[in-house]
Write a protein that binds this ligand. Sequence first.
Ligand code: CTP
Ligand code: MG
Length: 181
Amino acid sequence: MGDTIIFTLYLFLPAYAANMAPVFSKWLNILPGLAMPIDGSGEGKDGFLGSNKTYRGLITGLFAGVVVAEIQFLLSESGTFLGISTFLLRADSAAIWGLLLGAGALTGDLVKSFIKRKIGIKPGERWIPWDQLDMVVGGIIFGSAMYHFSWQSILILLIVSPILIVIVNILGYFLKIKENW
Ligand code: CTP
Ligand code: MG
């Protein structure tokens, strides 16, 4: 079981990276030209996703997913974590894995924001547990195109991810990287 937890979380790492990248890109003001809301909202105008969902978040998120998967590929190539999963053993399949998990996590996040706006929750307002589970559900659905998640690994992701995400968000809040947790 301990093995399964480590394996599952390591496999899902590109999705966690994609989920965190938008927050860091805002903090560091990377690609300011892409910081506009996807739905055209802002300045008193409400959109279907809300002003916190930007192109910058999507681009940096996808990029982070691929970069982390490629680092995992390099680690497996150098013998560290060798054989932890077959597609991390190749540069091309690792990139596709990173892209898939990133796209899944970010899409899950967008769908969640869409539902939040529909039911009248303001951008940035908490909606537990879906603020934490969005990227897990999205990542698993998209990732399933390439990898068969066992029910054990799905359970691990659903239970462990929200805990990790809340801890990281609270840390980010106190370090003034994030405006709210
Ligand atoms: N972010 C972004 N683009 C995205 C997703 C996130 O720029 N596609 C940035 C925004 O600065 C956002 C922060 O990451 O405020 C945290 O994202 P998240 O917690 O998912 O969004 P919320 O601000 O809570 O908005 P919502 O209520 O829509 O979930
Ligand atoms: Mg949030």
